[in-house]
Design a protein around this ligand. Structure first.
Ligand code: C5P
Length: 230
């Protein structure tokens, strides 16, 4: 019943941080607010898409018309994504997934032990977006890269390593932009179609995250329709 350029298109988006428990009252996390992912969900919905948002712990209202699944840890997020990814057309990994979790979660609150130092043992979390592109018929997949330097080099590396169709790099070192802020700027990178396959970049100047999300979809639409039909 939707109209717009993304009518009949199913979009799955991850947003926000993940939280990795240390004990029943403590956790490891990061400063992601979820604002960019929520703005993307709202923009996709406005273009007519059927949108599912898998959200880590954030303080944000659900955009109208979007279905939301709340998760806590990276492994919860992976399970929520894997249950839905085969029935989506576009996947956008906007979440700031914790790279590590505790090797073991303490059953009871850790106690301070005299003057002794405490070491926590961490193990790597699964790479959710790489699991998505590992599927037999992956969706059009978009990743994010929060970098403070060498954006083009890291973007190229992540496009290749995670087999992404598009990557959105934001400069988290600029004051007032990126993590937690209301504004963001971005550079979009992808490889040109064969035969050239050169790295193409498209810069979007700083603006409200909502407006950035709309601009990202404007550009994404020029790439998505070029993807081979599966
Ligand atoms: O390698 P890096 O963490 O910089 O990659 C960022 C991109 O990968 C983002 O799109 C993020 O959502 C995704 N990612 C993920 N699972 C992880 C780590 C990152 O999906 N464990």
């Amino acid at each position: 019943d939707s109209t717009g350029p993304l009518a009949d298109t199913r979009v799955l988006i991850t947003a926000g941080p993940t939280r990795e428990a240390i004990d029943p009252v403590r956790y490891l996390s990061n400063r992601s607010s979820g604002k960019m992912g929520f703005a993307l969900a709202e923009a996709a919905r406005a273009l007519g898409a059927e949108v599912t948002l898998v959200a880590g712990p954030v303080q944000l209202p659900t955009p109208a018309g979007v279905s939301r699944i709340d998760v806590v840890s990276a492994r919860d997020m992976l399970a929520a994504v894997e249950a839905r990814v085969d029935s989506c057309d576009i996947f956008i990994g906007c979440a700031a997934v914790a790279d590590y979790r505790l090797a073991e979660i303490a059953e009871h609150k850790l106690k301070k032990r005299g003057d002794e130092a405490l070491s926590l043992s961490l193990v790597q979390n699964p790479d959710i977006i790489a699991r998505v592109t590992d599927r037999p018929a992956p969706p059009f997949t978009v990743g994010f890269a929060a970098e403070t330097r060498d954006m083009a080099r890291y973007a190229r590396d992540k496009l290749e390593r995670k087999r992404l169709d598009l990557i959105i790099a934001n400069d988290v070192a600029s004051p007032g932009l990126g993590f937690g802020a209301d504004d963001n700027a971005a550079v979009l990178y992808h490889f040109a179609d064969a035969p050239s396959e050169e790295l193409i970049s498209h810069s979007l100047t700083p603006r409200r995250k909502r407006d950035l999300a709309t601009a990202i979809f404007d550009y994404l639409l020029t790439r998505y329709h070029r993807a081979p039909l599966s």
